[in-house]
Design a protein around this ligand. Structure first.
Ligand code: PXG
Length: 454
């Protein structure tokens, strides 16, 4: 397609396409960026600009762009059997193989998969299945979920309710009844004078207080991201998750670790639960499961939950036309094959992840940076007005937006949440590409500093 055609498409976009999580009026006036091609860690836009995508699309393109094997797997499956459902006692070969593969990869006795099309649908599935799990054991009153403020679990009714995003709750009458939220272990923003360790314990114990307030007989599950992503990559203090494990066990509350971002190598382990030592009963996954090449999510369950659903659950009154879509599961299998056979997760853990961490953490020396943090290949830097104080800018969010736009002009895609710049590159990023990423980040920080007149 020629360039003028691409620009015409942007006009159609403004006229006809409503974008998610966007001020659509402002966007139509400004014009969207139209991405045309991707290879490895790079994407190209309508003007031919080559951009280093340090955000892996939307936390998902773990194997990088442009791997032909995934398209070939999709085509082979489409040619053989483009679709069949998993209802009426049926199944398909790639879907069975994927369920078995996930049982092998997932920690402990998490051995069972229910397939969805997205992370949001996975979390809607969690809500319904967990309530059913307790109800069929004679505990229908054990139906309350506890999530976290600024948690992100998707944009469907249950997903957005389990999440704790205030702006989402304001639209559409959310959260639904039976969902409560506790505060997050966001030490940089809220830890005040406590040590990270003391703060981690304090925030974990908010779960215990909430369970006691509501009554353990009423609390069905606690849901949280191992590392809170969209909110700003909150890497919890080391004391947080062991205490959460203890509390969930003590009060017999199911622990749901939302692995949609952390799953499939993001932290250098296959799952964030392994990286942080989380004893999850249930793990919703999506994104990196197919590296974003095709939509697919799943809920992974341990033996305890699956056995109750099987033995006592009766007919499961839940499912989607595309639960276990064979083309999507074939693509996922190919993605997992590449992650495994090319040792991508392992390399991220022992070689490229530590190198990225060393270089990313050095950004904390920049006068604009209040903190740098990273786990495997997911990280953040906090931009601050006054380095040692851990204080936010008064007009919170503006400087992050300025830095994001400047980074883009340097050919680097970084995500901004408020004034935190977020990092989540494809896991295949090489050391020289990491050098390029960091050089561009430094330049973006310097230019942002200049733009602030400092
Ligand atoms: N759980 C987590 C932890 C997520 O990050 C979802 C569930 C929902 O997945 P789907 O596939 O339904 O989108 C997500 C998605 C952002 C951003 O701005 C993050 C997500 C989605 C959209 C925007 O960082 N994460």
């Amino acid at each position: 397609m020629t360039l003028p055609d691409l620009h015409a498409l942007r006009a159609f976009d403004a006229a006809h396409h409503i974008h998610p999580f966007s001020d659509n009026k402002a966007l139509a006036e400004k014009g969207t960026r139209l991405l045309t091609r991707g290879e490895g860690v790079y994407v190209w836009d309508q003007d031919g600009n080559k951009l280093l995508d340090a955000f892996a699309g939307l936390w998902c393109v773990n194997i990088g762009y442009g791997r032909p094997e995934l398209g070939e797997a999709a085509k082979a499956q489409m040619d053989r059997l483009a679709y069949y459902n998993s209802f009426f006692g049926c199944t398909t070969e790639p879907t069975v193989k994927l369920a078995a593969k996930l049982a092998e990869l997932a920690p402990g006795d998490i051995n069972h998969a229910f397939f969805t099309n997205s992370g949001s649908e996975a979390n809607d599935t969690v809500l319904r299945m967990v309530r059913h799990f307790w109800a069929v054991q004679g505990k229908p009153e054990k139906d309350v979920f506890i999530g976290r403020h600024n948690g992100y679990h998707g944009s469907t009714v249950a997903g957005a309710s389990l999440g704790g995003m205030g702006a989402m709750h304001k639209q559409g009458g959310l959260p639904i009844p039976g969902v409560h939220h506790i505060r997050a272990p966001y030490w940089f923003g809220e830890g005040e004078d406590l040590s990270p360790e003391a703060f981690g314990l304090q925030r974990a114990r908010e779960l215990e207080s909430k369970i006691l307030e509501l009554g353990a007989n009423r609390v069905a599950a606690f849901i949280a991201e191992p590392i809170q992503g969209a909110a700003g990559v909150f890497i919890p203090p080391a004391t947080y998750w062991p205490e959460i494990n203890r509390i969930c066990k003590q009060y017999d509350v199911l622990l749901v670790a939302d692995e949609v971002i952390c799953g499939f190598g993001r932290t250098g382990e296959w799952f964030g639960s392994q990286y942080l030592g989380i004893d999850a009963d249930i793990m919703p996954v999506a994104k990196g499961l197919t590296s974003g090449y095709i939509p697919l999510g799943a809920v992974l369950f341990n033996d305890r939950v699956a056995n109750v659903l099987r033995e006592q659950g009766g007919e499961l009154a839940h499912g989607f036309t595309y639960s276990g879509h064979p083309v999507c599961t074939a693509v996922a299998l190919e993605n997992l094959r590449i992650l495994e056979e090319e040792h991508i997760v392992e390399r991220c853990r022992i070689e490229t992840g530590p190198y990225l961490a060393e270089r990313w953490m050095a950004l904390s020396e920049h006068p604009l940076v209040g903190e740098a943090r990273i786990a495997g290949m997911v990280g953040a830097i906090e931009l601050v007005p006054d380095k040692p104080s851990r204080r936010f800018f008064d007009d919170r969010g503006r400087v992050g937006g300025v830095c994001r736009d400047i980074a883009l002009r340097h050919g680097l895609i970084l995500r901004a949440t408020w004034d935190a710049m977020l990092l989540s590159p494809p896991l295949v990023i090489s050391k020289s590409e990491i050098d390029e990423l960091i050089d561009k980040a430094w330049r973006a920080l310097d230019d942002t500093q200049r733009a602030l007149g400092r």
